[in-house]
Ligand binder design. Structure first.
Ligand code: SF4
Length: 122
């Protein structure tokens, strides 16, 4: 797992996993707005009440919305996948939805391609 740009701002809910140091030199990483932004927005403190979480996540998303590397950050978080925190303007739950949609789309594409292969073979 790549250490997020905002990792210096991480709090309790984030596990102590760290990615290889070379990942931290990813080009997009240096452009991250959250490297210099408000502390504590991107990861949940332990036992955070729901209303506080929603408010914090919305604030983090506003930071992401003005980040020049939002697309790269989001794709990174989806590909890893990063299990915690706001990355690329998406919460962990939102990323799970995107991944589920991608898996479903991939399965449908495979199914759609199958009859064509069978027809070619016959
Ligand atoms: S998109 Fe958000 S989480 Fe990702 S680098 Fe930018 S500010 Fe940080």
């Amino acid at each position: 797992m790549l250490q997020p740009p905002h990792s210096s701002l991480q709090v309790a809910a984030v596990p102590a996993q760290r990615g290889p140091a070379r990942d931290q030199d990813a080009p997009w990483h240096t452009e991250a707005v959250c490297r210099r932004d408000e502390a504590g927005l991107f990861f949940a403190p332990s036992k955070e009440p729901t209303a506080a979480r929603l408010s914090r996540e919305e604030a983090a998303k506003r930071v992401c919305a003005r980040c020049p590397v939002m697309v790269e950050c989001r794709e990174h978080a989806l590909l890893q996948p990063e299990p915690y925190g706001v990355w690329g303007g998406l919460t962990a739950a939102e990323r799970r939805v995107v991944l589920a949609r991608r898996r479903r789309r991939d399965m449908e594409l495979k199914k759609a391609a199958r009859p064509a292969r069978i027809a070619q073979a016959g």
